[in-house]
Design a protein around this ligand. Structure first.
Ligand SMILES: Cc1cc2nc3c(=O)[nH]c(=O)nc-3n(C[C@H](O)[C@H](O)[C@H](O)COP(=O)(O)OP(=O)(O)OC[C@H]3O[C@@H](n4cnc5c(N)ncnc54)[C@H](O)[C@@H]3O)c2cc1C
Length: 455
């Protein structure tokens, strides 16, 4: 097969592609390109991209083997069931947009319950506990809509960060939002991208797309999706890949369980693993690929489930705090989702890294202090905490990718391109249309299989 770069139009999924994916993922083996059948295919990583890629390969009549370093499948989709009344999704927990989302048919097929969440059902409080008044609230809303407009503006006025762009567009509005300015930036971009707004490129933020419809959670645990997709696949757990070497017409994949020979490899390890260089490629990856790996941002989202003896907080879906000196902005009320006295704190960017560095005891104490500020000094102390430090996990190295100031317009396309006839990358970071998401990772897994086999 000749080596060639695919044009971006072929990498970015069309509506038809996306709709076809849903049925492809549920299909049993069918006849596909002869080159795929009988070939020794290896998929590296059993996250949603790897599982989707393996299912797409099976659709082509191939019988791929998935090598996964962890002792579980799912990667950044993992449900902790320590609390029977409140499964804790320590990685992804929302399906963002139900319209045309290829994960919806998977969820329906697996008979998993979906529950709509209402992010706009939020109470906004100042660190003192006082509810934001009408004036402060409307300044926050105005600032958020200005940021949305700037992100959507294809002319991308002025290089630099979204913070620079906002300050240049309307410095008075920024000042008027006062203690809620940082919260507005978190709500509009920082939280979604797991990054400091000052490192988010104003030019690149509008590159991705979003589905319409609702945001939904799976009260029974998001891992129901990956468990369903993994059924019937050949997955070898506890096998860490250390290098991929071309050897004549074959690939030699060195692993913790010894070398494996293959005809092709689909590499779905996270951007953080690629950045760390844990897997050696021989020969090395092309310069445009290594450059893109370097330039894309590695986001940090510290998601902390904290259990209290009782519910003492507002009866709204989301509780937000207009913090100026820290990043404790955002709490999801699990009493609305699971009827349990649990809050989920979300922190993004450099503050998330600080939270990840805290011991569990210190993180619990810090959240207790924040709650005392909001609801009074008599609020009870937490009785448990569940979390996973994704940026400190060598098998992730990040929460998800983001468009940093250094990111170029073609960087994700460079990762998605078929730069080689035997090795291709897949995963959320490779999605040109829905990066940083579960559906982006799933679509990438399927499209990269199609790209590798040229159909
Ligand atoms: C805290 C958090 C919250 C999130 N919330 C949402 C959300 O609500 N909605 C949403 O859409 N997205 C969310 N995301 C993003 C979403 O989880 C990811 O985009 C998606 O799960 C990535 O899937 P993937 O298959 O690309 O990568 P992964 O799931 O990371 O899979 C890659 C796999 O490769 C394995 N691996 C790594 N190195 C090696 C090696 N050397 N050898 C073998 N195997 C290896 C890893 O163990 C892993 O299983 C969230 C992420 C985080 C961290």
């Amino acid at each position: 097969m000749p080596e060639r770069m695919l044009p971006v139009s072929m990498i970015r999924p069309s509506r038809r592609d996306v709709l076809a994916l849903a049925s492809a993922l549920l299909a049993t083996a069918v006849t596909g390109p002869a080159r795929a059948q009988g070939a020794r295919g290896i998929v590296i990583g059993a996250g949603i991209a790897g599982l989707a890629a393996a299912r797409a390969l099976r659709e082509f009549g191939a019988e791929p083997v998935i090598l996964e370093a962890r002792d579980r499948i799912g990667g950044r989709i993992v449900t902790d069931r320590t609390w029977a009344d409140c499964p804790a999704d320590l990685g992804a927990s929302w399906l963002h947009g139900t319209d045309e989302n290829p994960i919806v048919p998977v969820i329906r097929n697996a008979k998993l319950k979906m529950q709509r969440t209402h992010d706009d059902d939020a109470v906004i409080r100042l660190p003192t506990g006082a509810e934001a008044d009408g004036e402060a609230y409307s300044a926050l809303m105005d600032l958020e809509s200005l940021i949305d407009d700037l992100v959507a503006d294809p002319s991308c006025q002025g290089a630099g960060s979204i913070v620079d762009a906002v300050k240049a567009a309307d410095p008075e509005l920024f000042a008027a939002a006062g203690p809620l300015a940082a919260l507005a930036l978190y709500n509009a971009v920082g939280g979604d991208w797991a990054a400091d707004p000052s490192d988010l490129s104003a030019c690149r933020l509008g590159d991705d797309e979003a589905y319409g419809g609702y945001d939904v959670m799976l009260p029974g645990g998001f891992d129901g999706i990956t468990t369903h997709l993994a059924a019937g696949l050949d997955i070898r757990l506890g096998v860490t890949v250390t290098s991929i070497r071309k050897d004549g017409p074959s690939l030699v994949i060195e692993t913790s369980a010894g070398p494996v020979e293959a005809d092709y490899a689909i590499v779905t390890v996270p951007l953080g693993v690629l950045k760390a260089g844990t897997i050696a490629f021989e020969p090395g990856l092309p310069a445009e690929v290594t450059g893109a790996i370097e330039r894309l941002g590695a986001g940090a989202l510290a998601k902390t489930f904290v259990r209290f003896p009782e519910v003492f907080w507002d009866d709204s879906t989301v509780i937000q705090r207009g913090a100026e000196s820290d990043g404790w902005f955002d709490f999801l009320n699990m009493n609305r989702v699971a009827k349990a006295p649990v809050l989920v704190s979300f922190c993004a960017g450099s503050f998330a890294r600080e939270v990840e560095a805290m011991s569990d005891t210190d993180a619990e104490a810090a959240i207790h202090e924040v709650m005392k500020g909001l609801y009074g000094t008599s609020v009870p102390a937490p009785v448990g905490l569940r979390r996973h430090a994704w940026t400190r996990d060598p098998l992730a190295g990040l929460s998800y990718s983001y468009p940093s100031l250094a990111t170029g317009a073609d960087d994700r396309a460079a990762l998605a391109a078929r730069f080689d006839d035997r090795i291709i990358l897949a995963g959320e970071h490779v999605s040109t249309s829905h990066p940083g998401t579960v559906h982006g990772a799933l679509v990438s897994g399927v499209l990269q299989v199609k790209a590798l086999f040229g159909s």
